[in-house]
Each structure stands twice: as C-alpha cells, then as structure tokens.
Design a protein around this ligand. Structure first.
Ligand code: FAD
Length: 305
C-alpha cells in the first residue's frame, strides 16, 4: 500500500513541488544521489573506482516530452563520456540510459537515433551503455531499440525486471554469447496482469531468471541488495563454473556500501549505479518506496527542522 502510494506520488506534480522545495529534502537526497553536476559524478566515480568498484553513471531525467530536452540529455551524456575518456576511466565506468529521457514517449525512432549517438560516444570513450528498463508500458519498445542498437554496438546492456510475468522468457531470449543483461526486481508500479506484486513471487521469479542467465552464455549483471539472492547467485556461479568477472553484482550508490566493498574484497566484480543531476525527484521517490525506513528517515528530517 505504502509502496503504491509513494510510486503514485513519484508521478504527481503537486507532491513533487512540495518535496523539491522542502528545505530538509536535500540532505536526504544526497544519500542516494552523487550531486547535480558532472564534476560531482566524476568525483564519486574516482572515489569508487579507487576502492576497486566499477561504476555505471545515470544522468537523472525521465519522461521527457520535449525534443529540445531530449537533445540536451544526449549532449550531456556525450560530454560526460568525453570526460570519462579524458580521465582514463572508460574501462571502469559505463553509463546507464533511460530511453524516456531521450524521447521514447515522443517517437521511438527519435529515441533510437539519440541512443545511437550515446552508444557511439561510449565506444569512443572505450566503454558501453546499459538501457535502463522503465515502467511496463515501455518494455517492448525498449527491447526493440536494444535489438537495433546491438547490430552496431553489441555490448549494449539490457535490463530485465523479475516482477514482470514474462521476465524468464525475456531472459531466455537474451542469454546468448556477448549479451550483457542486468537483472533487477523492478522499481515501478505495474498492474497484476503484467507483473507479480507480492515480494515472494518477485523473489522466486528473480531466482528463475538468475538460473537462466547464469547457465546461459551471456554476461549476467545481478542488480540486487538482497542478501538471500546474493547467496543464491554465489551458488549458481559454482554450479555453472562461472569465475568472478564472468558475471557481476550491481548495487545502487548509497545502499549497502559495506556489502559492495565486501564482495569486491572477495574478488567479485561489483558495479555501483551512480545517479546524478537536478532531475532527482522520480529516482528519489522510487528509493523511498523500496524501503519504509527511508521514508521514516525522511519524515524525521522534516520533524527536526
Ligand atoms: P529488496 O527486497 O527491495 O531489498 C533487499 C534489501 O536491500 C532490503 O531489505 C534493504 O536492506 C536493501 N535495500 C533495498 N532497497 C533499498 C533502499 N532504497 N534503501 C535502503 N536499503 C535498501 N529497477 C528498474 O525498474 N529498472 C532498472 O533499470 C533498474 N536498474 C537498477 C540498477 C541497479 C544497479 C540496481 C541495484 C537496481 C536497479 N533497479 C532498477 C531497482 C530495482 O528494481 C529494485 O527496485 C531495487 O534494487 C530494490 O530491490 P532489491 O533487489 O535490492 O531487493
């Protein structure tokens, strides 16, 4: 119930105005977001890579309904990728891209062309792009764009959300040689006929998907903070004879940082998803929805001002 309410609020203009303008918000937001500028993002990236972690950078922004704004997002990614190349970070940092930030809701072809430009910049920087998966209405379009992009940029990463009833089927289609697939539970509101809504069903689906990916020929990117699922991943790695580096763990910046470092110290490849930018509202509200304690922390900050 609370999760649904917060996810509904993540799309509400009124709540957005209140949350964004509240003086206490900024401190809480900083726990999950690297900052607002490219320099902030690069500072965090250097810090994390210095600790032996890999990074995927997300320029915050989504649901863009204006061509000019989509163009600005593409230019921002190109600039970011240029800076990563200058700093020689292309081997440790990739980027995550939301197609709705580059025009998917306006026109699928526009989003494809814009994503191509980001992929080309990533290639020049010696790195790659993963296409974030957004709400259920965008899944088929995102998979079509992925297929097109992979013709020229085969290392473009996909994301599959285990809450989708078709998740296992998608994983089976994507478990081929060279295919990078991030598996996550799913962070958006989705109706019952499209998605599992109970935690146990979503977790069981995650395990089924992980089995398919870890026994397949692709490169699984296991995005979860869930200790039970991380343990099961270790078992799948053993059973399928996968050495560390033939798959990776992924976690969000600010969430279970000690666990990120523990896995890396054990020789596992761990990538941290670092989001930055001024358009943090939707991303922040999804983080609140994932864990009620985050909401309590947020409300406490409000009460102590
Ligand atoms: P949960 O069962 O939600 O959490 C397990 C434990 O992790 C919790 O008990 C808690 O200890 C910790 N935890 C989880 N979330 C939080 C939090 N917000 N704050 C504090 N502690 C927390 N979703 C998409 O829909 N599309 C994407 O493209 C996408 N990309 C992602 C990329 C990465 C690298 C990661 C890690 C997640 C991504 N997600 C994406 C979000 C994902 O779908 C989940 O909503 C999120 O990861 C929480 O699920 P969980 O697997 O950690 O399990």
């Amino acid at each position: 119930m609370l999760r649904q309410a917060l996810l509904a609020a993540s799309r509400s203009g009124g709540v957005r105005t209140f949350v964004e303008s509240a003086p206490f918000t900024r401190d809480v937001v900083r726990r999950f977001i690297a900052g607002e500028t490219v320099d902030d993002a690069l500072r965090v990236t250097r810090d994390l890579t210095g600790r032996g972690l890999a990074v995927t950078l997300d320029v915050l922004g989504e649901d863009v309904l204006d061509k000019g704004q989509a163009e600005a997002t593409v230019k921002h990614y190109v600039e970011l990728l240029g800076r990563l190349a200058e700093l020689g970070l292309g081997d440790r940092a990739e980027v995550s891209l939301k197609l709705t930030a580059v025009g998917q809701a306006l026109d699928e072809d526009l989003a494809l062309e814009n994503a191509r430009r980001v992929c080309a910049a990533a290639r020049s920087a010696g790195t790659t792009v993963t296409l974030d998966m957004e709400d259920h209405t965008t899944v088929e379009s995102t998979l079509r764009i992925l297929k097109e992009l992979r013709r020229d940029h085969p290392s473009t990463g996909a994301v599959i959300q285990s809450y989708l009833r078709r998740a296992e089927e998608y994983c089976a289609e994507l478990a081929y040689e060279g295919s990078r697939v991030r598996l996550c539970k799913g962070a958006y509101a989705a109706p019952e006929h499209v998605a599992f809504t109970g935690k146990a069903d979503i977790d069981k689906s995650y395990v089924r998907c992980m089995r398919v990916l870890m026994s397949g020929k692709g490169y699984p990117m296991l995005a979860t903070h869930d200790p039970r699922l991380i343990n099961i991943a270790g078992t799948f790695a053993l059973v399928n004879d996968r050495a560390p580096g033939s798959y990776e763990y992924q976690m969000l910046y600010g969430i279970r940082p000690q666990e990120q470092r523990r896995l890396a110290a054990e020789g596992e490849r761990v990538r941290v998803y670092v989001a930055y930018g001024a358009e943090w509202y939707g991303y922040f509200m999804r983080r609140l929805a994932e864990k009620p304690a985050n909401l309590r922390f947020f409300l406490r900050s409000m009460a102590t001002r």
